[in-house]
Design a protein around this ligand. Structure first.
Ligand SMILES: NC(=O)c1ccc[n+]([C@@H]2O[C@H](COP(=O)([O-])OP(=O)(O)OC[C@H]3O[C@@H](n4cnc5c(N)ncnc54)[C@H](OP(=O)(O)O)[C@@H]3O)[C@@H](O)[C@H]2O)c1
Length: 301
């Protein structure tokens, strides 16, 4: 999603969370949260982290002391620029990995390449996500549709493809990455954080398959929290409104959403990043939760 936002500079520049700031020391203690119990520096993989919210998360984990793998699909410039900034703060502390995540094999590839860097992983943040409308009116039922059979078949195939694309990126890929990386995460007694969405509970009209795919991810979170324990904690964050994707919301829809947020603003990248750092590096006895980071929006919408 591409969102014009008052705090856009903070999200894209990501420099507002710098090393030494409290974002990383979510437990509030003075200890270096980037150091694992074995004394080694923790390594975090954040998918889709060249830009926007993922970028803030990678920056916050880095500020907390973790070394980070900046995964991206198609943002080499932004990923390289972020790594340069992080490596300037702590030499050798960040690398970029490009990988479209579109199926089982691509998840295995990314997992293998991620582990090649340090031969360890402590944190996986499943942040990468597809987001687009799949309105019901695009459903081409056979009744009343007078187009040629071939045109209808093409439309149905396109509709199916879009639904599968949402489920692949938002549910299957996070699950497959977790499965691939679980042995490494067990070794470090690490953590997984899945980025969900508050619309799971109160769906946004027009986003049936996006919402369903995030709801399926919530189920993945709970299953993994059960099965990856006791070595690995698995939790989720559910952001509310953090940014407005280009052209996907009308002015009226935006106003309505903003009016429904008790904290009277949409979220900033650091709001979400701080919650993720807490679940990833602190929160030692928290497993299987869905932490809503929505300014209370879920109470009213
Ligand atoms: N922004 C919000 O208001 C909001 C609200 C609720 C939930 N969320 C959730 O919060 C997370 C971050 O939000 P965001 O708005 O910052 O996300 P975003 O910009 O829509 O997507 C983040 C990144 O995901 C990567 N990506 C998407 N599909 C991919 C694929 N098939 N393979 C590999 N990479 C892929 C893209 O990387 P490239 O740019 O490199 O292609 C993109 O930059 C997402 O999980 C989103 O669902 C956001």
């Amino acid at each position: 999603m591409n969102l014009p936002h008052p705090t856009r500079a903070a999200q894209t520049g990501a420099a507002s969370i710098d090393a030494g700031q409290p974002a990383g020391t979510a437990t509030g203690s003075a200890r270096d949260a980037g150091l694992a119990p074995d004394g080694q520096r923790r390594v975090a993989l954040v998918t889709g982290s060249a830009k926007r919210l993922g970028r803030m998360t990678a920056t916050a984990l880095h500020a907390a002391g973790a070394d980070v793998i900046v995964h991206h699909r198609n943002s080499p410039g932004e990923a390289a620029e972020l790594c340069a900034m992080l490596n300037a703060r702590r030499p050798g502390s960040a690398i970029a990995l490009q990988q479209p995540l579109d199926g089982r094999a691509s998840c295995r590839d990314l997992a293998r390449r991620a582990l090649r860097w340090r031969d360890r992983l402590d944190v996986l943040v499943n942040n990468a996500s597809e987001f687009f409308r799949t309105p019901l009116q695009s459903t081409h039922g056979l009744h009343g549709d007078h187009r040629a059979d071939s045109a209808i078949a093409e439309a149905l195939a396109e509709e199916e493809e879009r639904a599968l694309q949402l489920f692949a990126s938002n549910c299957f890929v996070p699950a497959w990455l977790a499965i691939e990386l679980l042995p490494a995460l067990r070794r470090t007694r690490g953590a997984i954080v899945n980025v969900q969405d508050i619309s799971i509970e109160r769906p946004l009209p027009g986003y049936l398959f996006y919402t369903a795919s995030k709801a399926a991810l919530a189920s993945v979170t709970r299953s993994l929290a059960l099965e990856a324990a006791p070595e690995v904690r698995v939790n989720a964050v559910s952001p509310g409104s953090f940014d407005w994707p280009d052209g996907q919301f009308t002015e009226a829809e935006r106003r309505k959403l903003e009016e429904a947020i008790p904290l009277a603003r949409i979220g900033e990248g650091r709001d979400l990043a701080e919650a993720i750092v807490f679940l990833a590096l602190g929160a030692a006895y928290v497993n299987g939760v869905d932490l809503k980071v929505d300014g209370g929006q879920g109470l009213t919408r």
